[in-house]
Design a protein around this ligand. Sequence first.
Ligand code: ATR
Length: 278
Amino acid sequence: MMKLGLIGYPIGHSLSPWIHNQLLESQNLEGSYQLYEIEPDKFEENIKSLKKENLEGFNVTVPYKEQIIPFLDEIDQAAEFLGAVNTVKVEDGKWVGYNTDGIGYFSSVTSRFDNTLKDTSKVLILGSGGAARGIYHAFLQKGVRQVDIANRTVQKAEQIIKELNGEEFSEPLTIQEAGNRISEYDVVIQTTSVGMSPNENQSIIEFDDIKENALFSDIVYRPMNTKFLKRADELGAFLHYGHEMLLHQAIYAFKIWTGREPESSELIEKFENVLKGE
Ligand code: ATR
């Protein structure tokens, strides 16, 4: 019986239990995935009691991805570099921290667009929060060699590039500069919360012209079709959706816990129906 779970606040609307129960079922594994909603002023005491719960592993979401680090026994290189942990595996009683955000995103793109994304692809990341950091790190690690970052506060884009030693490969841009140059990019990734429900009428960027065969991706999954993706669709782009990232990150975490990697293609349609039915 695998005991898994999620810590965060608030997490009442999390889709992770649905996803992990499906993953467990797909592998004929018995187990449970429980929500541990921890109020911010009770973090430390709750983490201490979680140590006694005999979990095999758990996910960590906002606002605890950084706060969990002092409670870990070990941390993997990517998570350490990013300063954020979203998956913990319990190994012989030790808590080992990982970060599957960037790598999960990368694999969700390559699983469906293997021919579109190449080492020579020119990539633009919009935003400079935690998600942008993870994605930027994964793309550089995977050998993609031109990855620019645009942000409302351009200094934050500059800082990510500097911290992750990407100066040779990357240019920081304002959102306006990115809008003017958007037709240079093979892949454009929207990583901010702009356009998320209930602000569905917002898009971080306006654009009229895109590169032929460009891939546009949004990590927002409520709604599935954001204003940003709808505009890209009108201009003929290939589209990659936020829920694909969510599913692949979960599969990566599941692989860390169980050593098994379920096929995403069997689950994605079912997952879309769950999202549409919400
Ligand atoms: P996360 O860690 O979840 O990715 P975050 O750290 O809050 O989220 O990052 C939010 C990102 O969305 C930032 O890039 C932020 O831009 P600033 O760095 O300039 O604040 C961006 N963002 C949020 N609201 C925005 C808005 N209305 N217009 C443009 N960018 C916005």
